[in-house]
Ligand binder design. Structure first.
Ligand SMILES: *Cc1c(COP(=O)(O)O)cnc(C)c1O
Length: 355
Protein backbone atom coordinates (compact mmCIF):
# COMPACT_ATOMS: atom_id res chain seq x y z
CA UNK A 1 0.00 0.00 0.00
CA UNK A 2 1.34 3.45 -0.86
CA UNK A 3 1.17 6.60 1.27
CA UNK A 4 -2.15 7.64 -0.27
CA UNK A 5 -3.67 4.37 0.87
CA UNK A 6 -3.29 5.15 4.55
CA UNK A 7 -6.72 6.75 5.10
CA UNK A 8 -8.66 3.92 6.76
CA UNK A 9 -10.83 3.72 9.86
CA UNK A 10 -9.18 2.70 13.09
CA UNK A 11 -11.77 0.11 14.14
CA UNK A 12 -12.17 -3.10 12.16
CA UNK A 13 -14.62 -2.61 9.36
CA UNK A 14 -16.47 -5.66 7.95
CA UNK A 15 -17.05 -3.96 4.64
CA UNK A 16 -14.51 -2.46 2.26
CA UNK A 17 -13.97 -0.92 -1.13
CA UNK A 18 -10.80 -1.92 -2.87
CA UNK A 19 -9.93 0.94 -5.16
CA UNK A 20 -7.21 0.36 -7.72
CA UNK A 21 -5.19 3.52 -8.32
CA UNK A 22 -3.52 2.04 -11.42
CA UNK A 23 -6.91 1.39 -13.00
CA UNK A 24 -8.03 4.96 -12.28
CA UNK A 25 -4.92 6.50 -13.82
CA UNK A 26 -4.96 4.06 -16.76
CA UNK A 27 -8.54 5.09 -17.48
CA UNK A 28 -7.56 8.77 -17.35
CA UNK A 29 -4.63 8.15 -19.72
CA UNK A 30 -6.85 6.29 -22.17
CA UNK A 31 -9.37 9.15 -22.17
CA UNK A 32 -6.56 11.70 -22.49
CA UNK A 33 -5.18 9.78 -25.49
CA UNK A 34 -8.61 9.55 -27.12
CA UNK A 35 -9.00 13.31 -26.69
CA UNK A 36 -5.87 13.91 -28.77
CA UNK A 37 -4.43 17.39 -28.29
CA UNK A 38 -7.20 18.47 -25.91
CA UNK A 39 -6.26 18.63 -22.24
CA UNK A 40 -8.04 15.97 -20.19
CA UNK A 41 -9.61 17.08 -16.91
CA UNK A 42 -11.52 15.14 -14.27
CA UNK A 43 -14.93 15.55 -12.63
CA UNK A 44 -14.47 14.76 -8.94
CA UNK A 45 -17.79 16.08 -7.64
CA UNK A 46 -19.86 14.04 -5.15
CA UNK A 47 -16.67 13.05 -3.33
CA UNK A 48 -15.03 11.71 -6.46
CA UNK A 49 -18.19 9.80 -7.47
CA UNK A 50 -18.14 8.11 -4.06
CA UNK A 51 -14.53 6.92 -4.12
CA UNK A 52 -13.02 9.79 -2.13
CA UNK A 53 -12.27 13.06 -3.94
CA UNK A 54 -8.94 13.78 -2.33
CA UNK A 55 -7.40 10.39 -3.11
CA UNK A 56 -8.78 10.54 -6.67
CA UNK A 57 -7.33 14.03 -7.05
CA UNK A 58 -3.93 13.08 -5.68
CA UNK A 59 -3.58 10.11 -8.01
CA UNK A 60 -4.76 12.04 -11.06
CA UNK A 61 -2.46 14.98 -10.30
CA UNK A 62 0.43 12.50 -10.22
CA UNK A 63 -0.74 11.13 -13.57
CA UNK A 64 -0.68 14.65 -15.05
CA UNK A 65 -4.26 15.91 -14.78
CA UNK A 66 -4.38 19.70 -14.36
CA UNK A 67 -8.11 20.55 -14.53
CA UNK A 68 -10.62 19.40 -11.94
CA UNK A 69 -14.35 19.99 -11.52
CA UNK A 70 -16.56 19.93 -8.43
CA UNK A 71 -20.13 21.17 -7.98
CA UNK A 72 -19.98 23.35 -4.86
CA UNK A 73 -17.62 25.54 -2.88
CA UNK A 74 -17.78 23.25 0.13
CA UNK A 75 -16.48 20.48 -2.13
CA UNK A 76 -13.83 22.88 -3.45
CA UNK A 77 -12.68 23.77 0.05
CA UNK A 78 -12.18 20.13 0.96
CA UNK A 79 -10.29 19.09 -2.15
CA UNK A 80 -8.14 22.13 -2.97
CA UNK A 81 -5.29 21.31 -0.56
CA UNK A 82 -4.73 18.06 -2.48
CA UNK A 83 -4.59 19.55 -5.97
CA UNK A 84 -1.12 21.06 -6.03
CA UNK A 85 -0.96 23.59 -8.86
CA UNK A 86 -3.89 22.10 -10.77
CA UNK A 87 -6.93 24.23 -11.57
CA UNK A 88 -10.33 23.69 -9.99
CA UNK A 89 -13.68 24.84 -11.40
CA UNK A 90 -16.90 24.98 -9.38
CA UNK A 91 -19.73 23.96 -11.67
CA UNK A 92 -22.64 25.53 -9.82
CA UNK A 93 -21.12 28.99 -10.02
CA UNK A 94 -21.26 31.37 -7.09
CA UNK A 95 -24.24 32.52 -5.02
CA UNK A 96 -24.32 35.45 -2.57
CA UNK A 97 -23.86 32.99 0.29
CA UNK A 98 -20.73 31.54 -1.32
CA UNK A 99 -18.99 34.72 -2.44
CA UNK A 100 -16.75 35.09 0.60
CA UNK A 101 -15.61 31.47 0.40
CA UNK A 102 -15.09 31.79 -3.33
CA UNK A 103 -12.83 34.81 -2.94
CA UNK A 104 -10.83 33.08 -0.24
CA UNK A 105 -10.13 30.00 -2.38
CA UNK A 106 -7.97 29.40 -5.43
CA UNK A 107 -10.76 28.09 -7.68
CA UNK A 108 -12.89 29.47 -10.50
CA UNK A 109 -16.66 29.67 -10.54
CA UNK A 110 -18.41 28.40 -13.65
CA UNK A 111 -20.88 31.25 -14.14
CA UNK A 112 -24.30 29.96 -15.17
CA UNK A 113 -26.82 32.78 -14.78
CA UNK A 114 -26.94 36.52 -15.49
CA UNK A 115 -27.03 37.14 -11.72
CA UNK A 116 -23.87 35.08 -11.23
CA UNK A 117 -22.17 37.01 -14.03
CA UNK A 118 -23.14 40.37 -12.46
CA UNK A 119 -21.97 39.17 -9.05
CA UNK A 120 -18.56 38.11 -10.33
CA UNK A 121 -18.17 41.27 -12.34
CA UNK A 122 -18.99 43.40 -9.28
CA UNK A 123 -17.23 41.40 -6.57
CA UNK A 124 -14.82 39.06 -8.32
CA UNK A 125 -11.86 41.44 -8.17
CA UNK A 126 -11.17 40.83 -11.85
CA UNK A 127 -10.29 37.21 -11.19
CA UNK A 128 -10.76 34.61 -13.92
CA UNK A 129 -13.93 32.60 -14.27
CA UNK A 130 -15.43 29.93 -16.49
CA UNK A 131 -18.76 30.34 -18.28
CA UNK A 132 -21.40 27.68 -18.97
CA UNK A 133 -23.53 28.04 -22.10
CA UNK A 134 -26.86 26.25 -22.21
CA UNK A 135 -26.88 24.68 -25.67
CA UNK A 136 -30.22 22.91 -25.31
CA UNK A 137 -29.95 20.83 -22.12
CA UNK A 138 -32.09 23.44 -20.34
CA UNK A 139 -30.32 22.84 -17.07
CA UNK A 140 -27.52 25.22 -16.08
CA UNK A 141 -26.04 27.92 -18.28
CA UNK A 142 -26.55 31.18 -20.11
CA UNK A 143 -28.85 31.06 -23.12
CA UNK A 144 -28.29 32.86 -26.45
CA UNK A 145 -30.67 35.63 -25.40
CA UNK A 146 -28.45 36.49 -22.43
CA UNK A 147 -25.35 36.60 -24.61
CA UNK A 148 -26.95 38.97 -27.11
CA UNK A 149 -27.02 41.56 -24.36
CA UNK A 150 -23.23 41.41 -24.22
CA UNK A 151 -23.12 40.50 -20.55
CA UNK A 152 -19.80 38.67 -20.85
CA UNK A 153 -17.82 41.66 -22.02
CA UNK A 154 -14.88 42.47 -19.81
CA UNK A 155 -14.84 39.16 -17.91
CA UNK A 156 -11.59 37.18 -17.77
CA UNK A 157 -12.98 33.92 -19.15
CA UNK A 158 -10.66 30.94 -18.85
CA UNK A 159 -12.99 28.22 -20.16
CA UNK A 160 -16.18 28.59 -22.15
CA UNK A 161 -18.12 25.37 -21.79
CA UNK A 162 -21.34 23.59 -22.49
CA UNK A 163 -22.68 20.18 -21.49
CA UNK A 164 -24.14 17.43 -23.69
CA UNK A 165 -27.56 16.02 -22.80
CA UNK A 166 -27.37 12.71 -24.67
CA UNK A 167 -23.74 12.01 -25.51
CA UNK A 168 -24.36 8.34 -24.64
CA UNK A 169 -26.79 8.14 -27.58
CA UNK A 170 -26.40 8.74 -31.30
CA UNK A 171 -28.85 11.58 -31.68
CA UNK A 172 -28.89 14.75 -33.74
CA UNK A 173 -29.00 16.82 -30.61
CA UNK A 174 -25.27 16.18 -30.04
CA UNK A 175 -24.38 17.92 -33.28
CA UNK A 176 -26.80 20.78 -32.62
CA UNK A 177 -25.32 21.40 -29.18
CA UNK A 178 -21.83 21.31 -30.63
CA UNK A 179 -22.68 23.80 -33.38
CA UNK A 180 -24.24 26.17 -30.95
CA UNK A 181 -21.13 26.17 -28.77
CA UNK A 182 -18.94 26.80 -31.83
CA UNK A 183 -21.11 29.78 -32.72
CA UNK A 184 -20.92 31.25 -29.23
CA UNK A 185 -17.17 30.66 -28.98
CA UNK A 186 -16.63 32.68 -32.15
CA UNK A 187 -18.07 35.73 -30.41
CA UNK A 188 -16.78 35.29 -26.88
CA UNK A 189 -13.16 35.76 -25.96
CA UNK A 190 -12.30 32.71 -23.87
CA UNK A 191 -8.91 31.08 -23.52
CA UNK A 192 -10.33 27.56 -23.92
CA UNK A 193 -13.51 25.82 -25.05
CA UNK A 194 -14.83 22.59 -23.47
CA UNK A 195 -17.79 20.35 -24.26
CA UNK A 196 -17.19 16.63 -23.77
CA UNK A 197 -17.97 14.54 -20.70
CA UNK A 198 -16.96 10.83 -20.74
CA UNK A 199 -19.43 9.83 -23.43
CA UNK A 200 -18.70 13.00 -25.41
CA UNK A 201 -15.02 12.06 -25.68
CA UNK A 202 -16.10 8.88 -27.51
CA UNK A 203 -18.04 10.95 -30.08
CA UNK A 204 -14.83 11.89 -31.87
CA UNK A 205 -12.47 14.77 -32.37
CA UNK A 206 -15.18 17.28 -33.31
CA UNK A 207 -16.25 17.15 -29.69
CA UNK A 208 -12.88 17.51 -27.98
CA UNK A 209 -12.12 21.24 -28.34
CA UNK A 210 -9.41 22.37 -25.86
CA UNK A 211 -10.40 20.53 -22.70
CA UNK A 212 -12.45 17.42 -21.91
CA UNK A 213 -14.25 16.72 -18.63
CA UNK A 214 -14.63 12.97 -18.03
CA UNK A 215 -16.17 11.67 -14.82
CA UNK A 216 -17.83 8.26 -14.85
CA UNK A 217 -15.34 6.66 -17.26
CA UNK A 218 -12.44 7.45 -14.92
CA UNK A 219 -14.12 5.32 -12.29
CA UNK A 220 -14.78 2.34 -14.54
CA UNK A 221 -18.19 3.26 -15.90
CA UNK A 222 -18.70 2.42 -19.57
CA UNK A 223 -20.24 5.55 -21.14
CA UNK A 224 -20.57 4.18 -24.68
CA UNK A 225 -19.85 0.84 -26.40
CA UNK A 226 -16.65 2.29 -27.96
CA UNK A 227 -15.07 2.35 -24.50
CA UNK A 228 -15.97 -1.19 -23.53
CA UNK A 229 -12.65 -2.97 -23.82
CA UNK A 230 -10.48 -0.01 -22.85
CA UNK A 231 -11.64 1.01 -19.39
CA UNK A 232 -10.76 -0.96 -16.28
CA UNK A 233 -12.87 -1.68 -13.22
CA UNK A 234 -11.63 0.63 -10.44
CA UNK A 235 -13.85 -0.21 -7.45
CA UNK A 236 -14.49 -3.62 -5.91
CA UNK A 237 -16.83 -4.26 -2.99
CA UNK A 238 -15.87 -6.87 -0.41
CA UNK A 239 -18.06 -7.84 2.54
CA UNK A 240 -17.39 -10.20 5.42
CA UNK A 241 -19.65 -13.18 6.16
CA UNK A 242 -21.50 -12.65 9.45
CA UNK A 243 -23.18 -16.05 9.50
CA UNK A 244 -23.45 -19.24 7.47
CA UNK A 245 -26.52 -21.43 7.41
CA UNK A 246 -28.13 -24.27 5.53
CA UNK A 247 -31.81 -24.23 4.60
CA UNK A 248 -34.06 -26.89 3.16
CA UNK A 249 -36.92 -27.03 0.69
CA UNK A 250 -39.78 -24.76 1.79
CA UNK A 251 -37.70 -22.51 4.08
CA UNK A 252 -38.37 -18.77 3.60
CA UNK A 253 -35.45 -16.34 3.42
CA UNK A 254 -35.41 -12.70 4.50
CA UNK A 255 -38.00 -9.97 5.04
CA UNK A 256 -41.49 -10.83 3.82
CA UNK A 257 -40.29 -14.26 2.73
CA UNK A 258 -40.00 -13.11 -0.87
CA UNK A 259 -37.80 -16.16 -1.54
CA UNK A 260 -38.62 -19.71 -0.52
CA UNK A 261 -35.98 -22.41 -0.99
CA UNK A 262 -36.99 -25.10 -3.46
CA UNK A 263 -34.12 -27.37 -2.36
CA UNK A 264 -31.34 -27.62 0.20
CA UNK A 265 -29.18 -24.51 -0.02
CA UNK A 266 -25.97 -23.22 1.55
CA UNK A 267 -26.34 -19.56 2.50
CA UNK A 268 -23.99 -16.80 3.63
CA UNK A 269 -25.26 -13.66 5.32
CA UNK A 270 -23.03 -10.73 4.32
CA UNK A 271 -22.18 -7.48 6.05
CA UNK A 272 -23.68 -5.19 3.39
CA UNK A 273 -27.13 -3.72 2.86
CA UNK A 274 -29.07 -0.90 1.34
CA UNK A 275 -27.56 1.58 3.81
CA UNK A 276 -24.30 0.85 1.98
CA UNK A 277 -25.78 1.68 -1.39
CA UNK A 278 -26.47 -1.97 -2.17
CA UNK A 279 -30.10 -1.08 -2.74
CA UNK A 280 -33.14 -3.34 -2.61
CA UNK A 281 -33.08 -3.24 -6.41
CA UNK A 282 -30.42 -5.97 -6.07
CA UNK A 283 -32.87 -8.28 -4.24
CA UNK A 284 -32.99 -11.52 -6.19
CA UNK A 285 -30.81 -9.90 -8.89
CA UNK A 286 -27.34 -9.14 -7.55
CA UNK A 287 -24.59 -11.68 -7.07
CA UNK A 288 -21.29 -12.35 -5.40
CA UNK A 289 -18.19 -13.47 -7.28
CA UNK A 290 -17.18 -16.94 -6.03
CA UNK A 291 -14.08 -17.80 -8.02
CA UNK A 292 -15.30 -18.87 -11.46
CA UNK A 293 -18.90 -19.08 -10.30
CA UNK A 294 -21.45 -16.66 -8.86
CA UNK A 295 -23.45 -16.63 -5.64
CA UNK A 296 -26.85 -15.11 -6.35
CA UNK A 297 -28.55 -12.82 -3.87
CA UNK A 298 -31.57 -14.62 -2.44
CA UNK A 299 -34.51 -12.80 -0.89
CA UNK A 300 -34.67 -9.16 0.01
CA UNK A 301 -31.68 -6.94 0.76
CA UNK A 302 -31.88 -5.61 4.37
CA UNK A 303 -30.46 -2.34 5.68
CA UNK A 304 -27.18 -3.91 6.78
CA UNK A 305 -27.30 -7.48 5.49
CA UNK A 306 -27.53 -9.40 2.24
CA UNK A 307 -28.03 -13.16 1.85
CA UNK A 308 -26.34 -15.04 -0.96
CA UNK A 309 -26.40 -18.68 -1.99
CA UNK A 310 -22.94 -20.24 -1.68
CA UNK A 311 -23.66 -23.68 -3.11
CA UNK A 312 -20.77 -22.97 -5.50
CA UNK A 313 -18.34 -22.37 -2.61
CA UNK A 314 -19.50 -24.37 0.44
CA UNK A 315 -16.04 -24.06 2.03
CA UNK A 316 -16.77 -20.39 2.80
CA UNK A 317 -16.97 -19.75 6.55
CA UNK A 318 -18.07 -17.09 8.99
CA UNK A 319 -15.53 -14.23 8.80
CA UNK A 320 -14.46 -14.91 5.22
CA UNK A 321 -14.51 -12.03 2.72
CA UNK A 322 -16.73 -12.19 -0.34
CA UNK A 323 -16.58 -9.94 -3.39
CA UNK A 324 -19.84 -8.61 -4.80
CA UNK A 325 -20.18 -8.35 -8.58
CA UNK A 326 -19.70 -4.60 -8.97
CA UNK A 327 -18.64 -4.45 -12.57
CA UNK A 328 -20.59 -1.27 -13.30
CA UNK A 329 -22.41 -2.21 -16.53
CA UNK A 330 -23.28 -5.64 -15.07
CA UNK A 331 -24.42 -4.24 -11.72
CA UNK A 332 -26.43 -1.60 -13.56
CA UNK A 333 -28.19 -4.31 -15.57
CA UNK A 334 -28.87 -6.32 -12.40
CA UNK A 335 -30.33 -3.43 -10.41
CA UNK A 336 -31.73 -0.98 -12.92
CA UNK A 337 -29.62 1.72 -11.23
CA UNK A 338 -27.39 3.88 -13.40
CA UNK A 339 -23.63 3.43 -13.20
CA UNK A 340 -23.53 6.93 -11.66
CA UNK A 341 -26.03 6.01 -8.95
CA UNK A 342 -24.16 2.79 -8.13
CA UNK A 343 -20.98 4.73 -7.34
CA UNK A 344 -22.41 7.82 -5.67
CA UNK A 345 -24.70 5.77 -3.40
CA UNK A 346 -21.77 3.96 -1.78
CA UNK A 347 -22.05 5.01 1.85
CA UNK A 348 -19.67 5.99 4.60
CA UNK A 349 -19.40 2.54 6.24
CA UNK A 350 -16.78 1.21 3.87
CA UNK A 351 -13.09 1.20 4.49
CA UNK A 352 -11.86 2.73 1.26
CA UNK A 353 -8.63 0.91 0.61
CA UNK A 354 -6.46 2.24 -2.18
CA UNK A 355 -3.86 -0.07 -3.60
C1 LIG B 1 -20.58 15.65 -14.03
C2 LIG B 1 -20.17 16.47 -15.19
C3 LIG B 1 -19.21 16.00 -16.09
C4 LIG B 1 -18.71 14.56 -16.08
O1 LIG B 1 -19.74 13.76 -16.67
P1 LIG B 1 -19.55 12.17 -16.89
O2 LIG B 1 -20.79 11.78 -17.61
O3 LIG B 1 -19.50 11.57 -15.52
O4 LIG B 1 -18.32 11.96 -17.66
C5 LIG B 1 -18.76 16.86 -17.07
N1 LIG B 1 -19.26 18.13 -17.17
C6 LIG B 1 -20.22 18.60 -16.33
C7 LIG B 1 -20.73 19.97 -16.50
C8 LIG B 1 -20.71 17.78 -15.33
O5 LIG B 1 -21.67 18.24 -14.52
Amino acid sequence: MNAIGAFVNAAHCPLRLKIEADALTANWRWLAGLGGPAACGAAIKADGYGLGAREVAMHLVLAGCRDFFVSTWSEAERVLPWLGEAALSVLHGVSDDELRTALALRARPVLNTPAQVQRWRAEGQGRPCDVMIDSGFNRLGLSPGHLAEGILEGLAIETLMSHLASADEDVEMNGRQREMLVGVAANVGARRVSLANSAGICLGRDYHFDLTRPGIALYGGIPRPEAENHLRQVVRIEAQIVQRRRVGRGDPIGYNATFVADRDMELAILNIGYADGYLRAFSGAGRAVLGDAYGPVVGRISMDLTTICVDAAPHLAEGDWVEMDFNLPAASAQSGLSQYELLTLLGSRYDRIWF
